[in-house]
Design a protein around this ligand. Structure first.
Ligand code: FMN
Length: 206
């Protein structure tokens, strides 16, 4: 089994990456493979609502990792999204990426998801609320830990000192591994995924 991780920070070796590394370590110990995709520091286009992804399942913009992540999500069993906190919410580039990823995505339902936030000081819970909404509109079970999934620091060395934050990350990894194994065991026992209704689109209610 494999969990895909998105590092929404422009810093490849920063705080968010340090947090994700701790989650990955716990997942790996439980025999779950992990891969981190760094969104990097290049501009990421916002969604232009062209609707092409509804026809193709892929985004029209090719110059950032959205389509690569869509390809990888076909095989992945879970998704973890990490973000640095910018003005008490997720980083703007990550939002741009996630809007397009989830609008185009067809391989997310019933795969566990978790969000992780890194802040110097404040705004983590608002960030987690915003990120968790991508999972909860996509029928993804949201995985939790023994506290909200946050670390604190300005750089990775600060996060190293956040012993509670690192523990939260390890517990999150173990919890996700447990849930993945439960889902696999259920599948092997013949429990099928819930039957899907055709989506009802009601744009306004009188
Ligand atoms: C534009 C910008 C806005 C930020 N806003 C906040 C904030 O609202 N609250 C906070 O605690 N830290 C804020 N920070 C600090 C980062 O969230 C923090 O240093 C984070 O851990 C960096 O993670 P990274 O190393 O993975 O990029 C901000 C940083 C930047 C660059």
């Amino acid at each position: 089994m494999k969990v895909l991780m998105i590092n929404g920070s422009p810093h490849k070796e920063g705080c968010t990456n340090r947090a994700l590394t701790e989650v990955a370590g716990a997942l790996n110990q439980e025999g779950i493979e992990t891969e981190v995709i760094h969104i990097g520091n290049k501009a990421i286009h916002g969604c232009i609502a062209c609707g092409k992804c509804a026809e193709t399942g892929r985004c029209v913009f090719q110059d950032d990792p959205v389509n690569e992540i869509l390809d990888k999500m076909e095989e992945a069993d879970g998704l973890i999204v990490g973000s640095p906190v910018y003005y008490a919410s997720a980083n703007g580039s990550l939002f741009a990426l996630l809007d397009r990823l989830f609008f185009a995505g067809r391989d997310f339902a019933f795969k566990p998801g978790a969000a992780v936030a890194s802040a110097r000081r404040a705004g983590t819970t608002a960030t987690l609320d915003a990120l968790n909404k991508y999972f909860t509109i996509a029928q993804m079970p949201v995985v939790s830990s023994n506290y909200w999934n946050m670390v604190h620091g300005r750089d990775a060395a600060d996060v190293e000192q956040d012993l509670e934050g690192l523990q939260i990350m390890r517990v999150l990894g173990k919890n996700m591994a447990w849930l993945l194994k439960c889902l696999e065991a259920g599948k092997n026992a013949g429990i099928s995924l819930p039957a899907q209704e055709e989506k009802a689109w009601t744009n306004f209610v009188r």
